[in-house]
Design a protein around this ligand. Structure first.
Ligand code: NAD
Length: 349
């Protein structure tokens, strides 16, 4: 398949491109075009370690640029889009929602429309795919009496970020029902792993611990999240791309549901073990409670039995193993994160 990966220089997108070249090259010669606007969250160097001779083409551009999309789809003969490009940070969406509406909603619309026209021009090939990478946040906060939510649970987005993703999900769905465009929507839980921008919870806590800075925990820290190691998410997306059915939705959740405070405590203990030379130990001493985020959802939880039963996917990496891998990655990639941490965003995750 000849892939167009939007947002392929961001956290999950770049992990996906690495995973695709590592795993899928066994099935044939991979061919990937990455389209990325290189916002603050996108970094060309996330793809640098891929060998120069792989079929990877990087295009610096915006998913809202329709003439560019029209050109790329035809020039590279694309048959599947994996759509990661988004503004992705909830706190930023509260401080300034406009870019979220522009990229997540208008951008997804522009991409859908360009792909539809191109697909119809090619006589609507059945194997073409538009994979829309979405989030569990579209379902809003899940009350404790509900064990976990399936793909049919009603949407109740509570932040501008979640609302912009929910809107884009509805557009993607409508392109399947109206035009029969072979779209698939995935809703993943909280990802963590290498290349995640340090404003997000896990990298923020790791990097602040390594520097002896406070570890800011919102409110009472009892917000429950389901965590998935990014490589497991990438593996699920490959299954969806190769075996998923057009018009379907798939939840992609990890093994572990855990309150934020407990997660931070686990991280602290693991960092104490991984970096015994740190002056500020135990790292738990650094935990500081800060004013809660407005509209902060108390609980997300996904039922991923559909992708397990229909596509045979299960997450492989336990939370403990994933946290250790992530801590090791940040400890051994200082040159990646050092230029980013002077940005004064200490209260963000
Ligand atoms: P990220 O913020 O790390 O990366 C987003 C990428 O998109 C960046 O490389 C950025 O430069 C690019 N981008 C932004 N606006 C663009 C535009 N207009 N045109 C082209 N490129 C643009 O985000 P992420 O965490 O890797 O998330 C990727 C996708 O996965 C998003 O759609 C997000 O909603 C979804 N998702 C993320 C998580 C998570 O925990 N991180 C969970 C579920 C779903």
């Amino acid at each position: 398949m000849r892939l167009l990966v939007t947002g392929g220089a961001g956290f999950i997108g770049s992990n996906f491109v690495h995973y695709w070249f590592r795993q899928v090259s066994r099935l044939g010669e991979p061919f990937v075009v990455v389209l990325d606007a290189l916002t603050y969250a996108g970094r060309g160097e996330n793809l640098e370690s891929l060998e120069a001779d792989v079929n990877l083409y990087f295009v610096h551009g915006d998913i809202c640029d329709r003439p560019l999309l029209d050109q790329l789809l035809r020039q590279y003969d694309i048959d599947a889009i994996i759509h990661f490009a988004a503004e992705s940070h909830v706190d930023r969406s509260i401080a300034g929602p406009a870019p979220f509406i522009q990229t997540n909603f208008v951008g997804t619309f522009t991409l859908l429309e360009a792909f539809r026209v191109y697909w119809e021009e090619q006589q609507s090939p059945a194997h073409y795919r538009f994979i829309h990478v979405s989030t569990d946040e579209v379902f809003g906060t899940i009350p404790p009496e509900i064990a976990s939510v399936t793909e049919d649970y009603p949407y109740q987005p509570n932040s501008p970020y979640a609302a912009s993703k929910a809107g884009s999900d509805h557009l993607v769905r409508s392109y399947y029902y109206t035009y029969k465009l072979p779209t698939i929507i995935t809703s993943a839980s909280n990802n963590y792993g290498p290349y995640q921008y340090p404003e997000k919870l896990i990298p923020l806590m790791i990097l602040n611990s390594l520097q002896g800075k406070p570890l800011p925990v919102y409110g009472d820290g009892q917000q429950v999240r389901n965590w998935i190691y990014v490589e497991d998410h990438c593996q699920a997306l490959v299954q969806v791309l190769l075996k998923g059915l057009p018009g379907e939705r798939y939840n992609i959740g990890g093994h572990t549901e855990i309150p934020n405070l407990e997660l931070v405590e686990q991280l602290c203990d693991r960092i104490d073990e991984a970096a015994p030379q740190l002056p500020m130990r135990p790292c738990r001493k650094l935990i500081t409670f800060v004013k809660d985020r407005p509209g902060h959802d108390r609980r997300y939880t996904l039922d991923s039995s559909k992708i397990r039963d229909e596509l045979g996917w299960l997450p492989q990496v336990s939370l403990a193993e994933g946290l250790d891998r992530t801590i090791t990655w940040y400890m051994t990639h200082r040159t990646w994160w050092e230029p980013l941490i002077n940005i004064p965003k200490d209260d963000f995750y």
